[in-house]
Design a protein around this ligand. Structure first.
Ligand SMILES: C[S@@+](CC[C@H](N)C(=O)[O-])C[C@H]1O[C@@H](n2cnc3c(N)ncnc32)[C@H](O)[C@@H]1O
Length: 259
């Protein structure tokens, strides 16, 4: 049996979300509610930032679509003279602006779909974990590419990084989303000139007790079972735990110059 094409599989994955965040208003409501605490729930990405900074050498302008709080964009800002962070969530952008972003960083509040009407093409365009609820992946990629004069960076992961999330999915009988692999297949199906980089990042969380660990992991298991399942990733620290794991960021670098 042949699999449906990657765009169809992506669409099926998006439409299978119980949260129905494929409805833009629902996704926007989610991000508006998440904005104030987004940064504390997310890992820093030092290796990804290092790789992007090196690769952005010579780019005069950078646009991130779905820039959110600027977690990734702001550490890149001093590598590029003109920087735009675009997002449809005003509250996510308000977090970005509250970080005293430098004057050459502009925040633009609009959707990916409307972006070509609001921002000019930039040398480099970045989209990091911002396509997860886009049913029309082909359309979204086409828009991103139109906005890019030289190169497009697509960052995703395969959802295999955090042990507690993998366990939660296994408990719920849900498969891993594998968005990075699907995105890679989609870009290949478009016959775009792409290079794939895998970047290892480390995440560490300190939790004061087994109860705090269980609450963090949101696993429907007793504390003793959570401790047993996550044991390879745990180190005792006083009364609490250091929980640490590695995960892979997949960076697709699409060459757009010939367009
Ligand atoms: C998972 S966050 C990623 C933020 C940032 N790229 C990062 O890595 O920290 C996804 C962001 O994409 C934005 N977003 C999702 N769909 C969008 C769309 N269609 N148009 C504009 N922004 C969108 C959300 O509002 C949110 O801020």
């Amino acid at each position: 049996m042949t699999l449906p094409d990657p765009f169809t599989r992506w669409r099926e994955l998006v439409l299978s979300a119980g949260s129905q965040r494929y409805q833009p208003q629902r996704d926007l409501t989610f991000w508006q509610g998440k904005a104030a605490h987004y940064d504390e729930s997310q890992p820093e990405l030092p290796n990804t930032v290092r790789w992007l900074r090196a690769d952005l050498q010579g780019a005069a302008s950078l646009l991130e679509v779905g820039a959110g709080t600027g977690r990734l964009l702001l550490p890149l800002a001093d590598s590029v003279p003109h920087v735009t962070g675009l997002d449809y969530s005003p509250d996510m952008l308000a977090q970005l602006e509250a970080k005293n972003s430098p004057p050459h960083v502009r925040a633009v509040c609009c959707s990916l779909e409307q972006a070509p009407n609001h921002v000019p093409p930039h040398d480099a365009v970045l989209s990091a974990w911002a396509l997860a609820y886009q049913p029309d992946l082909r359309g979204a990629l086409g828009t991103l590419r139109c906005l890019s004069r030289q190169r497009l960076y697509l960052l995703e992961d395969d959802g295999v990084g955090s042990p507690h999330v993998q366990l939660r999915r296994a408990q719920a009988g849900k498969p891993k989303p594998r968005r990075a692999s699907l995105l890679r297949e989609a870009v290949a199906a478009l016959d775009w000139d792409v290079r794939v980089h895998s970047i290892t990042e480390r995440r560490e969380v300190r939790l004061a007790s087994a109860a705090a660990l269980t609450a963090f992991a949101r696993l429907p298991l007793p504390e003793s079972e959570v401790l047993a399942a996550l044991e390879p990733y745990l180190t005792r620290e006083g009364q609490g735990w250091r929980y640490a794991w590695d995960f892979e960021v997949v960076a697709l670098r699409v060459e757009c110059a010939e367009q």
